[in-house]
Design a binder for this molecule. Structure first.
Ligand code: GRG
Length: 334
């Protein structure tokens, strides 16, 4: 481990610089995102081919949340996403890449954001997802056979958004999720794995889509999530780890689905999220002073939307998309 890595390992929190941004720098963020869309010869664009469709969803969603979607090249983006479809019915991250559940969900989300879902073949996508369900109810992300509770959410969300959740064996999928439910109230990637905020979001979201949230003790799960808040106001993914702005989303969205948003100190958390913005380039970084990127930008903005920032479009906590674009596809929880 490098010396810097050793220092990170020893640190459990960050200090917020005095001159950190104290409010949302809305306009800077849309310019930051648009640069990613336009600069197709740039290093970052070229190096991100293996996650491009996910990247497109992050960027389009950030623009929709900041009410600037109209500044993106709708037709060009939709055509690109459609070119990522494979003969197995799934979508890869870029044309010619193998299908993966992560990118298949992001393709569907992007088509919904651009009001173009009718261009997708819902039946063949759902059959692709169905084939990835295993005997024990779990899902593999692709042909490589990796099982992870993330893929249960991707499967449920994809099929629900396409109106075909019933093609999946929801009961056996929920039984598998419950085998990943730990006594501390959290969920891991597979049975016996440690609890992690990201996995909790996936499992709680999948249970909400299935209408099966009653299977868990909401207070216990919400308490574990609330303990993720560090003194800086930021949230970590699991005990003894550094806060990261993306957990603002994974934790906060989970708490929102559980009806327990009030379990954390919202003001301290906003202070941390604002401090993760780059006030020169725009965009959010994982932590104050680090390099901004679209992944942390969309989840930072989405978390602020959950707090009810009225300069932003309201976000849906299960699907991480604007309520406006989801329309009747939303799930009413209470
Ligand atoms: C948005 C609807 C919707 C679906 C997405 C793929 C997925 C479904 C969710 C991912 C949830 C997850 C596992 C998030 C964690 C991401 C992350 C920053 C992982 C880093 O893991 P470590 O071990 O970091 O490197 P820590 O913080 O634990 O040290």
């Amino acid at each position: 481990m490098s010396f810097a890595g050793l220092l990170d390992f020893a640190r459990k929190d960050v200090e917020l610089p005095m001159n950190s941004p104290k409010e949302l720098l809305q306009d800077l963020h849309s310019n930051f995102i648009l640069k990613y869309e336009k600069d197709k010869d740039g290093y970052h664009y070229i190096m991100a081919e293996h996650l491009r469709v996910s990247g497109i969803y992050w960027c389009a969603n950030a623009m929709d949340l900041t009410k600037k979607l109209g500044r993106m090249s709708r037709e060009e983006i939709v055509d690109y996403v459609l070119c990522c479809r494979n003969s197995d019915g799934g979508y890869g991250p870029a044309p010619g890449h193998d299908s993966h559940l992560l990118h298949t969900l992001c393709a569907v989300q992007t088509l919904i954001i651009f009001d173009s879902l009718e261009k997708a073949d819902a039946d063949s996508i759902c059959k692709y997802v169905q084939r990835l369900q295993q005997e024990d109810g779990s899902f593999c992300g692709d042909q490589s056979g990796e099982v992870d509770t993330r893929f249960t959410l991707c499967s449920f969300a994809t099929c629900h958004l396409l109106g075909h959740l019933s093609v999946l064996n929801v009961d056996s999928a929920v039984r598998f999720l419950m085998r990943c439910y730990n006594t501390d109230g959290g969920f891991g990637t597979r049975p016996g794995s440690e609890s992690h905020s990201g996995q909790i979001y996936c499992c709680v979201g999948a249970l909400a889509i299935a209408g099966r949230l009653a299977e868990i003790d909401r207070d216990r799960t919400a308490e574990w999530l609330a303990f993720r808040q560090c003194d800086s106001g930021g949230l970590n993914g699991r005990p003894e780890k550094l806060p990261d702005v993306c957990y603002s989303w994974w934790v906060l969205a989970s708490l929102s689905i559980l009806g327990r948003l009030h379990f954390i100190d919202q003001s301290a958390m906003k202070t941390f999220i604002y401090a993760c913005q780059d006030d020169e380039t725009g965009g959010f970084a994982d932590r104050p002073g680090d390099c901004a990127d679209p992944f942390h930008t969309v989840f930072g903005i989405a978390a602020l939307s959950l707090f009810g920032d009225d300069t932003l479009e309201p976000v849906d906590p299960i699907f991480c998309m604007t309520k406006k674009c989801l329309k009747h596809k939303r799930i009413e929880m209470f």
